[in-house]
Design a protein around this ligand. Structure first.
Ligand SMILES: [Zn+2]
Length: 120
């Protein structure tokens, strides 16, 4: 288990292993937030937070919620609005200390239009 917190420490997030790649997406929300996404099965990720410290932003087809700390504003993850056994989750690797994540290839995803990786 690898752990990180938001800047103020109100939100803690745990992932089962180092990511194999990180995704830098250019869609309308990601280019504003600037996260590096690591993807996991939602059931494998643990989020613990002080009461009232999670703020969610849901838009578009309303299938995903982007979650940030209500105190310091750091985006910690996205999660499915309606979770199923197969649900995935995106964790913002920028919250982890760099040596926890290690040197991982960053892939550029064209989420703005083609949904293809731009580095293939
Ligand atoms: Zn915080």
């Amino acid at each position: 288990m690898l752990a990180a917190t938001c800047h103020c420490g109100s939100v803690r997030i745990e992932i089962p292993r180092r990511p194999r790649t990180l995704t830098n997406c250019n869609c309308s929300i990601c280019r504003r937030y600037g996260p590096l996404w690591a993807y996991y099965q939602a059931a494998a990720v643990r989020v613990t937070a002080e009461p009232g410290s999670l703020a969610r932003y849901v838009w578009g087809d309303r299938s995903l919620a982007f979650v940030r700390c209500a105190n310091c504003g750091c985006v910690t993850h996205w999660e499915p609005v309606q979770r199923t056994a197969a649900s995935r989750m995106g964790v913002n690797a920028r919250n982890f200390e760099p040596d926890v994540i290690g040197h991982v290839k960053i892939r550029r995803l064209d989420g703005a239009s083609t949904w293809k990786f731009l580095d293939e």
